[in-house]
Structures are given as structure tokens and as C-alpha cells.
Design a protein around this ligand. Structure first.
Ligand SMILES: Cc1ncc(COP(=O)(O)O)c(C=O)c1O
Length: 444
């Protein structure tokens, strides 16, 4: 494949595009653009290369512009641009669903496709509600999320999400929702490597929610195994197991939102296996197609699927779906991504780098403003003390300064987030953390 050529159709008129989750006016004063990408790097229109420390937005797990994926997308678009997703399909959707089930923990039997993490989550929540109704427990309508979680921006996902700033602008969300407390306590967990030892008991809050609302009203609990975008909050040892036990005790479905955690980001195809806890549903997106084309997937265990497969055979069992569910081009990208993961041993590669990554991240301990460092798999968060009275400003300044030094590192408020493509080399790990260290040393 020829090397990408950076370009900018000049002059850029930034007015019309309303950018998502962006301070539009600040950004448009001095837009930062990427016009090409290759392997571990973005390329700016003036040719400067930027080392990608966040895999785009946690999604380009196999590195940028993989020829296998580009070719699969091009070939499929050429052969079958679109196939109707209702009442019809095409072979790639069945093939990808089957391969995803092979990668999933034992017992996962079916996959429902969508176009994003948000849709995968909304699909999971609707399946959970429909599951109970199909079994004659339609009064189970309550959905339990967790503080400091991110489940996308659909009304369902946002309702169970736990970020006040995302919820507040929109007033009422879904009714019958409650939230577990988040699992982060800096005093007890700061500088944990991997899973903190303290905090399994925080899952007991679910028993209190059950006592409050009664189990007969609760459909599902949804958590990210590792909360990603709110700061790499790694679950305390034993916490997820406890959630599973409590859900089992009360007939509540457990959903793991693995939109970030899957595809080698934590460990293996899905993080559930690493934690030794099998949920009833898993949501996925991002790394599923290596970010090359939108796709979401909701994986369900056999008993969930079976609950729907009743009644007359000509009846639609789940009144849900998207025009682009299982789009042929997205399926081709997903299959190519799975091939890369298997052929290149991508999951093993991220395992092999884990300790090196961890040591590099924790090497920043003691630098100015650093108050905590967290990591698991190829994820890390460096939490900084906020500037007095100006939350988020330090994080943004550090992000910008790193970018000027050629490294893309994300800021969530004052927490710097790292989640590179899994093809990263040790020398590039050193580069990311040493640029971050230089910026922290230089800052005020
Ligand atoms: C855990 C989790 N769930 C859902 C989403 C939403 O995904 P999307 O932005 O593709 O809708 C995200 C996005 O970051 C996520 O991290």
C-alpha cells in the first residue's frame, strides 16, 4: 500500500462542523488536524508525525491503516455495498458473529450487530428488559449503572452512565434507574499496579439497592469491567465476582460494557476472561473493526437468546435493529481485524508488554502534580492535581504540550489517559512517558 500523503484542502472553513464532545469555539480558534495515519502515528497536514498514545479514541488496537483491513473494506464495498439487515442478510454477518462467539467466554452463543458502542449498550439494555418480559417477569424494568461510568450517549446508555456533566444538560433520562457507587478511593488505592487490593466490598451496595427496590423490579446491572474514559478505574480484586454472585442470587442480568476493554486492551479478546467473571451480555465496538469503520456488537449467552426464541416461528422475536446492523463493509473489517489478532498474536503481544508498560507508567511517580497512577493491560491513567479553581485546565495544557512534542495523550479533566495501539514498541512506550514527564517537569 502506498504511504499516505498528508494534505489539507485549504483554506479550512471550520464553521459548519459541530464537533462532538469538543469545546467548539476554543478548538476552531486553532484547529489541530490529522490528515493521514500509519502504524503508530498520525500525520499532521504539515507532515509532522504524532505518536498515537490513545489508539485514536481507544479503538485502533492493531495500529493505523492496516492493509488487510483497508483491502477487506475496499473489496467488500466493491462487491456488496449494502444488504438489507431486516429479513435478509449476507454471509459475512454470520461468519463474524460465529467468530466473535468463538473468541468470547464459553456460553456466548449469539451476536446482535449495531453501529457504535452507544447502540451496542442500548441494544443490551433492551435485550435485558425483553428477556425478563419474555420469561413472564415484565415488572423487572429497573436498570442499575454505576457512578463514573460511561456507556455512550443514547438515552439508555446515558441513563445508566455515571457522569453528571453528561446527564445534567438533558434533564430527565430513563425512569427506573439507579447507580452503584464508583470503585475509586485515592486514599486507599493510589499507585496500585493492576487491581487494587481494597474495595471488593463496594459491590455490596448492590444488595442495598436490591433491598431498596426489591429484586423483582431489577432487570440488569451494567458496568465497565475497567471504567475507561472516566480515568482507568481498575476494579478492586473480588469486586466483579461479588457483583456476579449478587446478580445470580437475585435473578438479575449482568452486562459488561467492553467497548474499551475488549480486543486485547486489557487481556485477551474480552476482559471478562481475565477477571474470571462471565457476564450474561457483553457490549463491544471500537477495536472490533480497529476503528476503521463504525460497528457495535452485543454478545449474549445462550439462555438469553433462548428466552426470545419462543412463540410462532413467523413472529419477530426482538423488535429492534438498525438499517446498518451487520453492514457488509463493517463485517469485512471485523473479520480482517480478528484475522490480524489471531495471526499476529496481538493479544499475547499486549500481555507481553504489560509489565514494561506498567513500569514506564509508574516511573512518573513523584513528578510535579502527579497524585495517582493506575494501570491494567495496555491502559494507564496519570492523575494530576487540578489547578486551584480551574478544574480541567492543567490536563488540557498537558495534552496540548504533549501534542506539540509529538505525542497524542488524552486528558479527561486533569487525568491523562493512555491506551496505545497494541503494536507499540518498548522504545515508543519510553517516548510517550518521557514526553509526558518532560511536560510535567516544565509545567507550573
Ligand atoms: C465503555 C463505553 N461504552 C460505550 C461507549 C460509546 O461508544 P460510541 O462512542 O461508539 O457510541 C464508549 C465510548 O467511549 C465506552 O467507552
Amino acid at each position: 500500500m502506498p504511504s499516505p500523503t498528508p494534505h489539507l484542502s485549504s483554506p479550512l472553513n471550520a464553521d459548519a462542523y459541530w464537533m462532538p464532545f469538543t469545546a467548539n469555539r476554543r478548538y476552531k480558534r486553532d484547529p489541530v488536524l490529522f490528515s493521514a495515519a500509519e502504524g503508530m502515528h498520525y500525520i499532521r497536514p504539515d507532515g509532522r508525525r504524532v505518536l498515537d498514545g490513545i489508539a485514536g479514541l481507544w479503538c485502533v488496537n492493531a495500529g493505523h491503516r492496516r492493509p488487510e483491513i483497508v483491502e477487506a473494506i475496499a473489496r467488500t464495498a466493491y462487491e456488496l455495498d449494502y444488504a438489507p439487515s431486516f429479513q435478509m442478510s449476507h454471509p459475512l454477518a454470520f461468519e463474524l458473529a460465529e467468530k466473535l462467539c468463538e473468541e468470547a467466554p464459553a456460553g456466548f452463543s449469539n451476536v446482535f450487530f449495531s453501529n457504535s458502542g452507544s447502540e451496542a449498550v442500548d441494544t443490551a439494555l433492551k435485550i435485558a428488559l425483553g428477556y425478563h418480559r419474555a420469561r413472564g417477569e415484565g415488572q423487572r424494568v429497573r436498570l442499575i449503572g454505576r457512578e463514573r461510568s460511561y456507556h455512550g450517549v443514547g438515552f439508555g446508555g446515558l441513563s445508566v452512565s455515571g457522569i453528571g456533566g453528561h446527564r445534567k444538560p438533558f434533564g430527565n433520562l430513563l425512569p427506573y434507574v439507579d447507580h452503584l457507587p464508583h470503585t475509586y478511593d485515592r486514599e486507599r488505592m493510589a499507585y496500585s499496579r493492576g487491581q487494587p487490593d481494597w474495595g471488593a466490598h463496594l459491590a455490596d451496595a448492590l444488595e442495598r439497592i436490591v433491598a431498596l427496590h426489591d429484586a423483582s423490579t431489577i432487570a440488569a446491572v451494567i458496568v465497565e469491567p475497567v471504567a475507561g474514559s472516566t480515568g482507568v478505574l481498575v476494579p478492586p480484586r473480588g469486586y466483579l465476582q461479588k457483583l456476579r454472585e449478587i446478580c445470580d442470587r437475585h435473578g438479575i442480568l449482568l452486562i459488561f460494557d467492553e467497548v474499551i476493554c475488549a480486543f486485547g486492551r486489557v487481556d485477551g479478546a474480552f476482559a471478562s476472561a481475565h477477571f474470571g467473571v462471565t457476564p450474561d451480555l457483553i457490549t463491544s465496538a471500537k477495536g472490533l473493526t480497529n476503528g476503521a469503520i463504525p460497528m457495535g456488537a452485543t454478545l449474549v449467552r445462550q439462555h438469553v437468546y433462548d428466552a426470545f426464541m419462543q412463540g410462532p416461528e413467523n413472529a419477530i422475536e426482538l423488535a429492534h435493529g438498525y438499517t446498518y446492523s451487520g453492514h457488509p463493509v463493517a463485517c469485512a473489517a471485523g473479520l480482517a481485524m480478528l484475522d490480524i489478532c489471531r495471526r499476529d498474536g496481538l493479544f499475547q503481544r499486549s500481555r507481553d508488554l504489560w509489565r514494561y508498560w506498567e513500569d514506564a507508567a509508574h516511573g512518573l511517580k513523584g513528578l510535579p502534580h502527579v497524585v495517582d497512577i493506575r494501570n491494567i493491560g495496555l491502559l494507564a491513567a496519570i492523575e494530576l492535581a487540578p489547578l486551584a479553581g480551574k478544574p480541567g485546565q492543567r490536563g488540557y495544557a498537558v495534552h496540548q504540550a504533549c501534542l506539540e512534542r509529538g505525542c497524542l495523550i488524552r486528558a479527561a479533566g486533569d487525568t491523562m489517559l493512555l491506551s496505545p495501539p497494541l503494536i507499540i514498541e518498548p522504545a515508543q512506550i519510553d517516548e510517550l512517558f518521557s514526553v509526558l514527564a518532560q511536560v510535567l517537569r516544565a509545567g507550573d
